[in-house]
Design a protein around this ligand. Structure first.
Ligand code: SAH
Length: 339
């Protein structure tokens, strides 16, 4: 049994079943979720005998850090080894000069969506991560760095909405146990319509980001196979319904790729397509990788694109490239994901 992932009640049941006082559960709970210590011996207010019991009968966390790289800009990439020998990656970033620390985490080993430009897609799909594996990424990042993660983005490997129950289960734990506010959590999807509808039916207070990457069906279908199943217009009306139902704005993500979707026509199409969608836009400059034929856009095209969207009344941010020197930037998570 892994301790990281258990709620207070489960820990109490464990303690009582092992002739320990209930109070020990709360101590362990605080060590794990608020202080992120990575060994039982660091839980100094527990009697030795309780620590020995824990060592004998439980594991604290069953995923482990296999490798860590630190970028020149301070961004860190973590490679985790899972129980079955598979790998998953996460990235820790600091934006601006604020105290916010954002972790980008994975929900699947590999990814089944097959986006043409994405490095993770090239790995294919292995399996879903379970709830423990999702939250232990944050636990280990905190334990390793001694820092508190303040924001979480589900933008690592995999399609979060295809691992729906574990996504929702992990968000609940992040909110209740790690005390990370719902508004500081963002889930990104490539546009799996039935799952977005399912999300709209929940009291989902986090932000939904949609990887749109095109202003029309034809362009989208060329780079994102999911568009062949769930068309552009259908996706937009699903998103409109989502914003009406939840009262929340969505974030439109748009990866700018040279000569694919970075032209003036593309910008106009996008501005028109989302004019009635309550949304902010996040432009991402394509991160090149050696296995891909796609290229990044010119700075001029990025600025023009931004300008056209802003002129249409949207709030637009351009995502800064982070950690490119360690392959930690968007869409670059693919190292060693196979044994
Ligand atoms: N499957 C989800 C979560 C992945 S999030 C989704 O599609 O939204 C990762 C984001 O990075 C997505 O918007 C994805 O399209 C984008 N991305 C993938 N490869 C990229 C690359 N090489 N450069 C920039 N962004 C990329």
């Amino acid at each position: 049994m892994d301790i990281v992932g258990k709620n207070l009640q489960e820990l109490e049941e464990f303690m009582l079943a092992n002739d320990q006082s209930k109070f020990r559960a709360k101590q362990v709970y605080n060590w794990v979720y608020l202080k992120s210590v990575s060994t039982y011996d660091e839980m100094t207010d527990l009697p030795i005998q309780t620590r020995e019991l824990l060592k004998e009968k439980t594991t604290l966390c069953s995923i482990s850090i296999k490798d860590k790289q630190v970028s020149k800009d301070g961004t860190m990439k973590f490679l985790f080894e899972l129980k079955d020998g598979n790998f998953a990656e996460a990235v820790l970033m600091r934006f601006d000069n604020r105290a916010n620390l954002t972790a980008c985490i994975s929900t699947q080993v590999g990814c089944p969506m097959g986006c043409e430009f994405c490095a993770t897609a090239k790995l294919g799909f292995k399996r879903n991560l379970d709830v423990d594996e999702i939250i232990q990424q944050i636990f280990l990042i905190q334990a390793d760095t001694g820092l508190k993660v303040t924001n979480i983005v589900y933008m690592g490997q995999g399609e979060p909405l295809l691992n729906f129950d574990n996504l929702i289960g992990s968000i609940k734990i992040f909110r209740e146990q790690f005390q990370i506010g719902a508004r500081r959590i963002t889930v990104s999807t490539c546009g799996v319509i039935p799952q977005i509808n399912k999300l709209a039916d929940l009291d989902f207070q986090s932000t939904l980001a949609i990887s749109l990457h095109a202003g029309d069906q034809e362009t989208r279908a060329k780079i994102m196979p999911v568009a062949k199943k769930y068309g552009f217009e259908e996706l937009l009306s699903c998103l409109k319904k989502y914003t009406e139902k939840t009262g929340r704005r969505v974030t439109v993500e748009y990866v700018l790729i040279k000569d694919v979707n970075d032209g003036l026509e593309d910008a106009k199409n996008l501005a028109y397509a989302i004019s009635k969608l309550k949304s902010n836009v996040n432009l991402i400059v394509y991160n090149q990788n050696e296995k891909s034929n796609f290229k990044k856009p010119s700075k001029e095209n990025v600025m023009k694109f931004k300008y056209i969207l802003e002129a249409s009344g949207k709030k637009v941010t351009v995502r800064l490239e982070r950690g490119a020197d360690i392959d930690a930037a968007c869409g670059q998570l693919a190292s060693k994901a196979k044994k």
